[in-house]
Write a protein that binds this ligand. Structure first.
Ligand SMILES: NC(=O)c1ccc[n+]([C@@H]2O[C@H](COP(=O)([O-])OP(=O)(O)OC[C@H]3O[C@@H](n4cnc5c(N)ncnc54)[C@H](O)[C@@H]3O)[C@@H](O)[C@H]2O)c1
Length: 427
């Protein structure tokens, strides 16, 4: 579509040039003086060049399009993780293989350890080798980490520490989570019909490697009792880069950004607001507003349709994204992308390792499969392939297939593996 006006102009110029050539040829027949005849030959040659140029540029455009669309080679670091991680990632890889086959791409998978399984094998949640492989890959696909087996370990040895460390090591500062109420899963939405109105379709952009989760912290004993603190710190540039991601994202959606903070109480929020307001001036086409985090938590269940893109800091984002995902149904459906300055991204479902259903073929693999689709779109620039996966998921749901978590009356319940197979069949 983007190329249509260019194509139209090329076509009109081509027809005009051909008509003129025909006219000049007819005139050449009648002119006998050598000088005007020579000039007419010159014009004819020039017109010929225009025709050849246009035909060649068209052919080159088509060839480039083909080159861009097919035969791409990508290396994907794969972290299956713990609990249901291995089951859901296996299904996502099956889908990626199907895409590679259909579009003639080559995806090379590099399996690496992180989380509980890494602790079991190497004593640390994030081995250096995992960081190295991920840094060299084109992208990273993750299942989930953690589980009761490792719950009693000290904070810095826990599986989740591996995830935080990886996000930091890869410089992934923006986490993107779509929350979209799929009409075929409307039953799963806990909100009343009058609240949902025309639907829910929002995107939360959460700052991922700053704030309270990365700030200075300490637990100590004072006057005979335990005391602990965490600190939230943000710099101007940390806020600016994530704000720009949000505004650019909004331009591809409904052009509306809501920045969420607690500027009435926190200094870090006051800086956040100052910087986002400054950045907003660079995007005059995007409607912008601020909202306090407590109000936002309320508005998400009161009038979620008002939101397009929400941008917020790490801690507020962690809480609001879970709320935003629950109002659209199961957490087994929602993908996420963590992005940095380059194309490398970390793609993972928003849910955890669901130890209660691990190894039973009960997990919903759709969030991970849709995370793989996000990877194709955001890291590999493969919009067509990503859409193919999303459409396949939609077709399977419309055909009435459901995993246990999204099961409703009249639908056919399938396991994790069968859901993956069905999605593959629809690609
Ligand atoms: N990014 C991550 O790796 C991540 C995120 C959150 C929690 N965790 C870890 O996961 C472990 C379990 O945490 P939790 O129980 O609080 O959250 P969870 O998301 O793992 O599970 C919550 C509930 O949702 C269900 N569920 C989750 N994903 C599902 C899926 N794909 N299909 C069907 N049902 C699904 C589970 O069965 C469970 O009943 C903990 O160790 C936690 O630290 C990891």
């Amino acid at each position: 579509m983007k190329n249509s006006p260019k194509r139209l102009i090329q076509g009109v110029v081509l027809i005009l040039a051909a008509l003129l050539m025909f006219l000049f040829l007819a005139m050449l027949e009648r002119v006998s003086d050598p000088l005007p005849k020579f000039a007419l030959y010159g014009i004819l040659v020039a017109l010929g060049c225009v025709v050849v140029g246009i035909v060649m540029s068209f052919a080159r455009g088509e060839a480039q399009k083909k080159e861009r669309t097919y035969n791409m080679q990508k290396t994907i670091a794969v972290i299956k993780g713990d609990g249901i991680g291995p089951e859901i990632v296996t299904e996502a890889l099956k889908v990626l293989d199907k895409i590679a086959e259909k579009y003639n791409h080559k995806f090379t998978y590099k399996p690496v350890l992180m989380g509980g399984c890494a602790i079991d094998e190497t004593d640390v949640p994030l081995p250096q080798q995992t960081i190295d492989v991920c840094q060299c890959a084109d992208s990273v696909l993750l299942g989930a980490v953690g589980g009761p087996k490792w719950d009693s370990l000290p904070g810095d040895k826990r599986p989740e520490k591996g995830l935080l460390g990886l996000r930091g090591a890869l410089g992934l500062f923006a986490n993107i989570r779509p929350s979209h109420l799929n009409p075929v899963l409307a039953d799963a939405c806990p909100l009343k019909d009058e609240i949902v109105g025309d639907g829910i379709d929002l995107m939360v952009v959460r700052e991922l490697i700053g704030g309270a989760y990365f700030g200075k912290r300490e637990t100590f004993v004072k006057d005979g009792e335990k005391v602990a603190y965490d600190t939230t710190q943000y710099s101007d540039s940390e806020v600016e880069r994530v704000a720009r991601v949000a505004f650019q994202m909004a331009r591809k959606r409904r052009s509306k950004v809501t920045s969420v903070d607690k500027a009435n109480v926190l200094d870090s929020s006051r800086l956040w607001r100052e910087v986002v307001e400054r950045v907003a001036k660079d995007y005059p086409d995007v409607e912008f507003s601020n909202m306090l985090v407590d109000n936002c938590a309320m508005q998400l269940v009161r009038n979620p349709g008002q939101f397009d893109v929400i941008v917020t800091e790490n801690l507020f984002g962690d809480i609001l994204t879970d709320e935003a995902s629950m109002i659209t149904g199961s957490i087994g459906m929602i993908p996420s992308a963590s992005l940095g300055a380059g194309n490398l991204g970390l793609y993972e479902p928003i849910h955890g390792s669901a130890p209660d259903i691990a190894g039973q073929d009960k997990a919903n693999p759709i969030a991970t499969i849709l995370s793989a689709a996000m990877m194709l779109r955001y890291s590999f620039d493969m919009d067509v392939e990503a859409k193919n996966i999303e459409d396949a998921v939609q077709k399977v749901l419309e055909a009435g297939y459901r995993t246990g978590d999204i099961m409703s009356e009249g639908c056919k319940q399938v396991g994790c593996k069968e859901m993956g197979d069905l999605i593959c069949q629809n690609i």
